[in-house]
Ligand binder design. Structure first.
Ligand code: MRU
Length: 344
């Protein structure tokens, strides 16, 4: 595997993360030493992006073990299970959170309550597997997705579905990283992504670090660029994909898909299988997070609108399957009607 573009966290008996709220101004490292720390880091978006949320939550269960190992075996098991349920409530939309916690919960439920050290080793091994599997899946997404990127193409992406949102390679950005490694001349248009500005702050930071040419646009400019034939392909990430291919991703993704369809531009969703929720038939069943109104009302702590203005702040929207040209996964590039075959 080639060089990993970004390292958003690491494990040294504690979880260390880059505080993504402060990028690109400051690169501050935070330590997460309790399940409460992990819950807050996810809820307050110190870390974000579906695959990274899942991975950090998995290590959060290891942290819960370390916090609670002083208790009796019976109590330890209860405490970890309570923390797993608590972590599940940190954010509702990204499926990777539920996927990873289910795997960790299975390790706890299979434990015979005899040997604490054995439980610790198994929890750590499972969290490491979730980490390594994501790294490998995202790299393969890059290899498959690269086939869609021709020399001199302009790619539009939304939010941050890069290394910072995963274990290092990204999903939507992985094909871009591989295309660059293969020496292709490419240009990335980055939607700034209001209200939290993951595009302008995080995607631009990553692309800059990896010397990939990019241009930031505000979210209302994509249609104009498409009409001027400046965009060859759109690639976005996903927070949760239903069995029929309906996809929840950062608010604004649906508008881009509609625009891309009108302008006959291919629109791809890049995601590992851990983002696919095989328990739900379609996008209507995906819970959509609504976040604090101040994300919209304030910029740099200052009101940009009347203080008492009413706002609506859904963090995600759902793009229907028929607007999605294909899904770039670690198993190849799939059409929406091929997804159900992956379900197992
Ligand atoms: O609210 P965020 O920043 O967690 O939203 C992130 C996204 O919508 C990403 O596109 C998605 O999680 C895919 S990340 C590889």
């Amino acid at each position: 595997m080639k060089k990993i573009p970004v390292k958003p966290f690491w494990w040294r008996n504690k979880i260390y993360i880059i505080d993504q709220r402060l990028l690109p101004k400051k690169e501050v490292i935070l330590k997460l030493e309790s399940a409460k720390d992990v819950y807050n880091a996810i809820k307050e978006m110190k870390i974000r992006g579906a695959p990274l949320i899942g991975c950090i939550a998995a290590y959060g269960v290891v942290v819960s073990f370390l916090e609670n190992k002083k208790f009796s075996n019976e109590r330890l098991k209860d405490k970890i299970n309570q923390d797993i349920n608590f972590l599940r409530t940190s954010r509702p939309t990204a499926y990777n959170l539920f996927y990873a916690l289910k795997r960790m919960e299975k390790i706890v439920s299979d434990w015979d309550k005899k040997n604490k050290e054995k439980l610790f080793k198994k929890l750590l091994k499972e969290a490491e597997s979730i980490y390594k599997e994501d790294l490998s899946a995202c790299y393969k997404i890059g290899i498959y997705g690269n086939k869609l990127i021709k020399n001199n193409m302009s790619i539009l992406t939304h939010c941050n579905a890069g290394g910072l949102a995963t274990t290092g390679f990204g999903t939507a950005l992985a094909p871009i990283y591989i295309a660059k490694q293969k020496g292709k001349n490419i240009h990335v248009y980055v939607d700034e992504t209001r209200p939290v500005l993951q595009g302008a702050r995080l995607t631009a930071w990553e692309l800059e670090k990896n010397r990939i040419p990019y241009t930031i646009i505000s979210d209302n400019m994509a249609g104009y660029l498409m009409s001027k034939k400046k965009i060859d392909i759109v690639i976005v990430g996903a927070d949760r994909i239903a069995k029929n291919g309906d996809t929840a991703n950062k608010i604004g993704t649906y508008s881009l898909a509609v625009l891309a369809s009108f302008h006959k531009i291919p629109f791809y969703v890049a995601a590992p299988i851990s983002t696919f929720d095989f328990n739900i038939e379609n996008g209507a069943e995906i819970p959509i997070e609504e976040r604090n109104e101040d994300e919209i009302k304030k910029i740099n702590g200052e009101y940009i609108c009347p203080k008492d203005a009413r706002v609506f702040n859904p963090a995600f929207d759902v793009t229907p399957n028929y607007l999605i040209t294909g899904f770039i996964t670690e198993k190849g590039i799939l059409k929406h009607n091929e997804i159900k075959n992956l379900g197992g």
